[in-house]
Design a protein around this ligand. Structure first.
Ligand SMILES: [Zn+2]
Length: 240
């Protein structure tokens, strides 16, 4: 029987029985799927790598009823540097966690697959905190939760030079401090988010703690929209 080939990123692995695991795969062809994989907890198992975090591979699956089983896999990219740097490791874990909580089984899943793979590559090769912010901005947008980074969503006043403002979680946009009732946010958070989305920004607001501030806001927003506990993202924020 011919297998079904998918290009997929391994998001999550849960133990199943003595030696097996159930994988959550985000694939380009089928979106997010669950697939069993046999014997991977045994020492020397040929497919052990395919059940490791951040594995990006071509998986060969068989389907019986509604259940997929991995029968073969060949690694496309190992993202080796992620495994040797604790900050990069948790940033990459936050990408997989975020991709898992923002995929709902629609056509958007394929775009999230591309964004997640790009993010892991950027985390390997560049500053991981900005790579993570870029990923969350794009992934939230694809999932229908765009972070509005324009003028005040109430009165239309520019916010580029404001020291403090608010972020309205239900609308997903910033307002002047006096215009809204959302959570407080700094000019640094706003300008870092604008910088990471390729918009104009005020360099005077780009401070060393800026990425941390911006990620805290993105975490609040993500858990507000998806009920995700953001365990890896929280750990990453704690580390930096
Ligand atoms: Zn306003």
């Amino acid at each position: 029987m011919d297998g079904i080939k998918v290009n997929a990123l391994m998001l999550r692995a849960v133990d199943y029985g003595e030696n097996d695991k159930i994988l959550t795969l985000l694939s380009a062809e089928l979106g997010k799927i669950s697939a069993g994989i046999k014997g991977v907890k045994k020492a020397g198992a040929k497919l052990r790598f395919a059940a490791q975090p951040f594995c990006f591979a071509e998986y060969v699956l068989t389907k019986r009823g509604e259940r997929y089983t991995v029968t073969q896999a060949s690694e496309t990219e190992s993202f080796y540097d992620i495994r040797t740097d604790i900050n990069k490791f948790y940033a990459a874990s936050a990408v997989c966690e975020g991709a898992n909580s923002l995929t709902f089984g629609g056509a958007e899943d394929e775009r999230l697959f591309t964004l997640a793979v790009q993010a892991l590559s950027n985390i390997c090769n560049s500053d991981e905190s900005y790579a993570l912010i870029k990923f969350f901005l794009a992934a939230l947008s694809v999932s229908g939760y765009t972070v509005g980074l324009d003028n005040c969503s109430e009165c239309g006043a520019p916010l580029l030079s404001a020291q403090r403002m608010r972020f309205d979680m239900s609308v997903g946009a910033f307002t002047c401090w006096d215009c809204g009732t959302g959570v407080g946010a700094s000019g640094t958070t706003y300008n870092i988010l604008r910088m990471c989305s390729g918009k104009t920004y005020d360099p005077a607001f780009i401070t060393p703690d800026g990425a941390k501030r911006a990620l805290r806001l993105l975490r609040e927003y993500l858990s507000y929209k998806t009920d995700s506990r953001c365990v890896s993202l929280s750990e990453y924020i704690r580390l930096i």
